[in-house]
Ligand binder design. Structure first.
Ligand SMILES: [Zn+2]
Length: 310
């Protein structure tokens, strides 16, 4: 529990600074690089951890997937700016193949910051709304626009074939309006990024098109559509399972149902937040992250705003 809270603080603060685009990145600390480990998930698939750090100076961004194909390495997510060299160093411990493709789960800087390091000629893929979100950021202004993703899709994209096949899906709004679900069918594994970042209330970025109310529907659509996956790579926690994803869809759905019932009962956001409890079946879940960066009150306020607009 405590570990999750500490980790949450780390994530929260990084996310806050990431939202405040335009700040000069301070660069990776030695401890952050030290905390970045490459771990095997399945044959030819690894993650480079971005979390599990014991303090804020050791936070490097979201989990990076390293998928080794015949043609080269596909990366999913590239951590904060400045982590390109560390990613490459870790990759070199498991393969000599070059990085030939990057897929970003969404636009946020703690998942896309290392893209530029791999150069403008590497194929890079995001959902079309994520590219829109990236286009507005100062790090892609002027000459840096050449580091914007080279390829987008709307609902589904398949790249590679056979054991190298990757299916990329968009199922709707959630953490942002451009969250991809990236499936490695041969390995029964899916990277879900921050639409399931942790076992806690979600961080929803309304400024990037995110939606508290839509998120459970999007997750349920993923659960109903994607087949033959047993392993989930999350945004900011260790690898989880298909059942964990199903639980998270239910957990976020229950939260929205609670918000709807509270609106109906004419409860204030404050009252509804004070009375909110996680059902015991969601073991290990926490509700507050980073001392209120994510909280029942914040998420209920967003849900109320969305529900009242309907
Ligand atoms: Zn994010």
């Amino acid at each position: 529990m405590r570990r999750v809270l500490v980790l949450g603080t780390v994530i929260g603060l990084a996310a806050v600074s990431m939202v405040t685009f335009g700040q000069a990145p301070t660069g990776p600390s030695a401890r952050a690089i030290e905390a970045t480990k490459i771990e095997k998930v399945k044959e030819n698939l690894y993650i480079i951890t971005g979390s599990g750090a014991a303090d804020q100076t050791a936070f490097s961004g979201g989990n990076t997937a390293v998928f080794i194909t015949d043609a080269g390495v596909t990366l999913v997510d590239t951590k904060l700016p400045g982590y390109g060299p560390t990613l490459l160093e870790r990759i070199k411990t498991v393969t000599n193949k070059p990085v030939t493709r990057i897929i970003n789960t969404h636009a946020h800087g703690d998942h896309t910051g290392g893209n530029a390091f791999f150069g403008p000629t590497v194929e890079s893929i995001v959902q079309e709304n994520a590219k829109k979100n990236m286009t507005g950021q100062p790090e892609y202004a002027g000459a840096n626009a050449r580091f914007l993703p080279t390829r987008t899709y709307k609902d589904k994209l398949t790249v590679g074939s056979g054991r190298d096949q990757i299916d990329v899906y968009y199922f709707g709004r959630g953490h942002t309006d451009g969250d991809s679900f990236i499936v490695f069918p041969a390995l029964r594994t899916m990277h879900v990024g921050d639409i399931f970042a942790w076992k806690a209330l979600p961080y929803v970025d309304a400024s990037a098109g995110g939606s508290v109310v839509e998120q459970p529907k999007t997750l349920a659509k993923a659960v109903a559509t994607v087949k033959n996956v047993d392993t989930i790579i999350n945004g900011h926690i260790p690898v989880s399972t298909w059942n964990d994803l199903k639980d998270y869809a239910d957990f976020t759905g229950d939260f929205v149902a609670y918000a709807e019932a509270s609106v109906k009962a004419k409860k204030s956001v404050e009252q509804a937040a004070a009375e909110y409890k996680v059902a015991p079946k969601y073991k290990g879940y926490v509700v507050t992250i980073a001392e209120g960066f994510v909280s029942p009150k914040g998420n209920l306020q967003m849900a109320y705003d969305e529900l009242m607009k309907k």
